[in-house]
Design a binder for this molecule. Structure first.
Ligand SMILES: Nc1ncnc2c1ncn2[C@@H]1O[C@H](COP(=O)(O)OP(=O)(O)OP(=O)(O)O)[C@@H](O)[C@H]1O
Ligand SMILES: [Mg+2]
Length: 266
């Protein structure tokens, strides 16, 4: 390997994802290939039901490949186990709610508590650090999820995903349901965490503003595989009808104009 090439964090080779229920077989991915290098902020786009969430679940080891391989940090994803997974991969789920009966701090601390190896005071301190890392005031620590705004819920969920310092962060539609200002603030936060923590980030998004402002690379899922991946400029040049419709419609043109205007550091 060329010493200048960043290591591969995720390598997906000829992946088949298949569901069987009530005698029906659904093939969601067929021969899907994807390589994600350390330090990338990769956005995954594709139509609704194209298999984006299932792809993240494969990387997290929550689904088993029917065929092919998913390797995460040099190990088969399916062998990570729940504890291994949260120290290697942080996940912000698409419809992931916080535990409504737990406070903000208890929610963030949850993956560490599950380990049962650290003293309570240390768990609390680590959770407090993560709370502040996602831009929340320590005064929020004892609030209940029902008392938080949508943007704050996302930040708490992000702090929980990062509590074990995983090198890889997966985000499924992180700005969906947020108002434009909260979505913008969440993007700034993601961008600074990506830079400062040296994280590799894989994000599913429909939000073109988020996509163009944050992504170092883009992968497009259609027809059960990745039809194109690479730099935003490379993907935009793809002639596939889905890509043309997705990026070159009116909304896409507007968002693409942001391509060369990176957001100022926060
Ligand atoms: N556990 C499961 N059993 C059977 N089918 C499933 C299962 N999980 C997902 N699917 C199917 O796989 C397909 C892809 O689902 P997925 O949730 O990955 O889509 P998506 O691209 O994330 O869509 P969206 O943009 O709406 O979130 C869908 O048809 C879904 O019904
Ligand atoms: Mg989804």
């Amino acid at each position: 390997m060329n010493p200048a090439t960043p290591p591969i964090v995720v390598e997906i080779e000829k992946l088949w994802s298949v569901f069987r229920s009530a005698g029906q077989v659904s093939v969601i991915h067929k021969n899907l290939d994807l390589r994600i290098e350390a330090g990338e902020l990769l956005s995954i786009v594709g139509g609704s039901g194209s298999g984006k969430t299932v792809l993240l679940r494969q990387i997290l080891g929550l689904e088993t490949p029917a065929r092919g391989k998913v390797t995460v940090l040099g190990q088969p994803a399916s062998q990570m186990g729940a504890e291994g997974a949260s120290s290697r991969v942080g996940m912000l789920f698409q419809h992931g709610a916080l535990f409504s009966a737990f406070t903000v701090l208890e929610n963030i601390a949850f993956p560490l508590r599950e380990l049962r190896t650290l003293p309570r005071s240390l768990v609390r301190d680590v959770a407090m650090v993560k709370l502040q890392m996602v831009g929340l005031d320590p005064a929020q620590a004892h609030k209940m999820p029902a008392d938080l705004s949508g943007g704050m819920v996302k930040r708490v969920a992000l702090a929980r995903a990062l509590v074990m310092d995983p090198p890889l962060l997966l985000l499924d539609e992180p700005t969906a349901g947020l108002d434009p200002d909260s979505a913008d603030a969440f993007c700034s936060l993601l961008q600074s965490l990506h830079r400062e923590l040296g994280l590799t980030v894989v994000m599913v998004t429909h939000d073109l503003d988020t996509l163009f402002e944050l992504s170092t690379s883009i992968a497009v899922v259609a027809e059960r595989h990745i039809i194109v991946s690479g730099t935003p400029a490379h993907v935009m040049a793809c002639k596939h009808p889905f890509v043309r419709e997705f990026f070159l419609g009116e909304r896409g043109q507007r968002a693409a104009s942001l391509l060369h205007k990176p957001r100022p550091a926060v």
